[in-house]
Design a protein around this ligand. Structure first.
Ligand code: PLP
Length: 457
């Protein structure tokens, strides 16, 4: 895909960061140096080394505020935006989203613990997952965290637990609404082939089963139709479908108070991407739920949504150091960086595209060189960019990849025993570590050599 540095000249939308490629505080100064959050990227790598994840606090907070403000503007009932922590989970992120009044969605004991340690109130946390362990369910219940029932196995265990404790348990159920979404298209289907949630065709049976339990109180519905979605219609349809399911549940005596429409709003990774704004997305969801409730004379439920990518992706960049070059005449020139698929598995997994530039020549005015940017891992597919246009560059220069705040750090690995990068928070010229860099020694921490092998050596 043709890379175009004109993205650095785009007007920045400070109210809806998902519409920008770069963090809202990005500046290129008169000496052609790139800064984010008032910090020069070259100073950050000099101090904290590379590869380096950087998160811009103002972009994060602006994204959160945009969701809150739009919900207040368009939804007359109560509402709660919930951060999907799978996008980027840390004590810092939990703390930040809690300070913005958000709840949090977690899918493991690790994410639940991170949320609690970061100060997210337990009543604002929801626990998802298609295969929760008994230990995780116990952890959630002991901490009074709401469990989203995904399947019959969940239901059976929650019934057993609530019966054994003689304790009323409020639950939400996740169902598949028959809307299948891809970035630029969506389809409505009778059923939906997904590992998550109950099929919509099974809901009557489910409602009957729940109404016969002594202690399970069905209070909410959840659906999530996909990620990186650019269209608004799927979420308009989703609001209507979910309100119809409230009516359906009512026939079985369930009073649904909470409606969680999931996440999915897309972000701008490339110049040609044009996602709706946060305001437009919330407006669409809100109006759809309000109109459907009005039509059916229903009280408004508490509206919840679960954005992940559109909260954190644009706030994050990754800085890599350029190492080796390999020119294959007439074919391509490989440029290798000091990270790759272990800190960003999305290109090798999903063929994802990103925008990037040199930090000491971001506008690339001096050449149209194109490079295949390879990671350092022992895997031919470890390529971050198939064809990236960069200025003249050499070993030791740094590149900045934009839009890496979501599903990079959280999906990172230690493949080839490569330690994970540090994450630095930038704001008003201050840089602070929020996740330390791993060392190769850290990676040995969990290795055990049984005694009899030690004796042998
Ligand atoms: C249940 C659920 N909620 C929310 C999200 C967040 O989606 P996004 O990051 O696209 O906003 C996901 C992502 O996969 C999800 O599975």
């Amino acid at each position: 895909m043709k890379e175009n540095k004109s993205f650095l000249k785009n007007k920045i939308d400070i109210n809806s960061p998902n519409k920008n490629i770069v963090p809202v505080t990005t500046i290129i100064d008169s000496t052609n140096r790139l800064s984010i959050g008032g910090c020069y990227l070259e100073d950050l790598v000099e101090k904290y080394d590379s590869p380096l994840y950087v998160l811009d606090e103002i972009t994060l907070r602006n994204s959160c505020k945009a969701y809150k403000k739009a919900l207040e503007k368009y939804y007359p009932g109560a509402s709660l935006p919930i951060y999907a922590s799978k996008a980027n989970s840390s004590i810092f992120m939990s703390n930040l989203i809690a300070s913005e009044g958000f709840g949090l969605d977690a899918v493991s004991e690790g994410e639940l613990l991170t949320a609690l340690k970061g100060g997210v109130p337990n009543e604002k946390i929801v626990f998802h997952g298609n295969n929760k362990s008994d230990k995780e369910i116990e952890f959630a219940i002991n901490n009074k965290i709401k469990v989203i029932v995904d399947n019959e196995h969940d239901l059976k265990r929650l019934k057993e637990i609530s019966d054994s404790l003689n304790y009323d348990l409020e639950i939400m159920i996740r169902f598949t609404p028959g809307i299948e979404c891809h970035t630029h298209e969506y389809i409505r289907t009778g059923s939906f082939d997904s590992k998550f949630g109950f099929g919509i065709e099974y809901l009557n049976t489910l409602f009957e089963v729940i109404s016969k339990t002594k202690h399970l109180k069905l209070i909410g519905l959840h659906a999530h139709i996909g990620s990186q979605i650019f269209e608004l219609d799927p979420h308009k349809d989703l609001g209507e479908i979910m309100v119809n399911v409230i009516l359906q549940a009512k026939e079985f005596g369930h009073n649904i108070k909470e409606l969680n429409v999931g996440g999915g709003l897309g972000i701008k990774y490339m110049q040609e991407d044009d996602p709706p704004s946060i305001d437009e997305w919330i407006k669409t969801v809100s109006l759809s739920v309000v109109q459907a409730c009005k039509k059916n004379k229903l009280n408004l439920p508490i509206l919840m949504c679960e954005p992940g990518r559109s909260i954190v992706s644009t706030a994050g960049v990754t800085i890599y150091k350029i190492g080796s070059f390999k020119e294959i005449p007439g074919i391509r020139t490989y440029l290798s960086v000091d990270g790759g698929m272990s800190d960003n598995p999305r290109p090798i997994t999903y063929q994802s595209n990103y925008s990037a530039c040199l930090i000491n020549n971001p506008l690339n005015n001096n050449s149209k060189n194109k490079f295949t940017v390879a990671g350092k891992h022992c895997e031919s597919g470890d390529v971050l960019f198939k064809e990236l246009e960069l200025g003249n560059c050499k070993t030791g220069d740094f590149i900045c990849v934009f839009g890496t705040g979501a599903y990079n750090n959280s999906m990172s690995s230690n493949y080839n025993r490569i330690p994970k990068p540090a994450t630095i928070l930038v704001c008003n010229g201050e840089a602070e570590i929020i996740q330390k860099r791993e060392s190769p020694h850290d990676l040995l921490k969990y290795d055990v050599l049984p005694d009899r092998f030690i004796k042998q050596s």
